[in-house]
Ligand binder design. Sequence first.
Ligand code: ZN
Length: 291
Amino acid sequence: MVPQPAQPVVWPQGKRAAACFSFDVDAESAVLHEHPRAAQRMSVMSHQSYGPLVGVPRLLRILARHDVRATFFVPGWTARRYPDTVRAIVDGGHEIAHHGYLHEPLAGVDAKAEADYLDRGLEALDAVAGVRPVGYRAPMWELTYNSPRLLAERGFLYDSSLMDADVPYELSVPGSPSPLVEIPIQWALDDWEQYCYLPGISGSGLIESPRKALEIWSLEFEAVRQEGGCFVLTTHPFLTGRPSRAAALEELIARAVGTGDTWVTSLSEVARHIRSLGLQPRVLTPPDPTR
Ligand code: ZN
């Protein structure tokens, strides 16, 4: 099958581009699946719990100031540990989406285990906040070729884990009962690479200036906007929820809203728009390394 590029998208209300601000509320789960013994490391756990305890409330205040609806990807385990945080996100009018149970990376995981993570995450979000999410983001953006079918079977509308386009598109895999909207992301639009520093666990050992992060993200926002694409920024409340980083993010949100020609909204709203366009799905299959 010859890979085909995604088609250009016409945005609603005469807008020239779209922008989504998304937050992965990993908290301790991003550490615990890979490093279960870190549960005994009190300071490491506190680095992660800063996200739901302090970062999320600060980010919710920023979003409210600019009247922006955002998307929060919440692992089921995190929802059960921080139910008040999840309910505050819902009360703020934002979207809750699925992000695994204990933030399980899916590389090498079989379909049965992947389905179990999905179902446990769904149960937790329902139990904590009465939410049935329509969106999914694979932990570490590590989607498998089984994921689109498993998500479609559970009624999901969209995924946001792939990197092969500047615009959302309809995605299908062989054997899937229905297509899925894919809202692409990229590593340059993630705060992990700028800010994450956890000795012995994760990060480059560098902590970058929020000015540098803002420069990277602003340049990409402007270029995506000029080309009519969909800018999707991914940040983590335990990182970007810190004061100077949150202030830099607020500058970018204000800039996006201030253009007047960019549709600043949640991923689910973008996905519903894409679905309304009736696009032909792109059928994606794994490449054969032996040919
Ligand atoms: Zn995550």
